[in-house]
Design a protein around this ligand. Structure first.
Ligand code: NI
Length: 165
């Protein structure tokens, strides 16, 4: 499995809207095997997300060109985190259940009914394809605090790296 570097917030490339996938070729399959989550996060701006919510990591769901078909009126707050924002967690309220239409790696259409953690993950990853990260759902004030915290963490990391050198 290829490990691609993950873009870290607030990298402007995370705000890119991903393009529709039209070629279901080997390149797409290779990327699906390497992407942890949304292709956007590894700087590939195509509509591809890969999700595995199992602890054993044995139920990989690949969604190409995912589209929301239905969202429940019922909403639910969930503490979210993101590989692009290491160390940052906050509650985001989203529809509790969603139905998604997507294509598999061969281009076949399928539908997926999601609730619980899967519903959260699917919506979180689909957001990435629109150039949105979970902190964009938070208040301006919270977002400012998070950006401040990230800057501080980065400075500390740089300092630690210098001391090691
Ligand atoms: Ni994420």
């Amino acid at each position: 499995m290829a490990l691609l570097p993950i873009l870290k917030y607030p990298d402007p490339r995370l705000a890119t809207k991903a393009a529709v996938v039209t070629e279901f070729d080997d390149k797409l399959k290779q990327l699906a095997a390497g992407v942890g989550l949304a292709a956007t996060q590894v700087d590939r701006h195509i509509r591809l997300i890969v999700i595995d919510i199992t602890e054993e990591k044995n139920d990989l769901k690949v969604l190409v060109n995912p589209e929301l078909v239905e969202s429940s009126e019922e909403t639910k707050p969930w503490e979210e985190g993101c590989l692009s924002l290491p160390g940052i967690y906050d509650k985001v309220t989203r529809p509790a259940k969603v139905k998604v239409k997507a294509q598999d790696l061969e281009g076949n259409f399928f539908e997926l009914e999601c609730d619980g953690l899967l519903a959260v993950c699917v919506q979180h990853e689909m957001d990435h394809l629109e150039g949105t990260v979970f902190v964009d759902h938070l208040s301006m004030l919270k977002k400012q605090r998070i950006r401040h915290k990230i800057r501080k963490m980065r400075l500390e990391e740089e300092r630690a790296a210098k001391e090691e050198a």
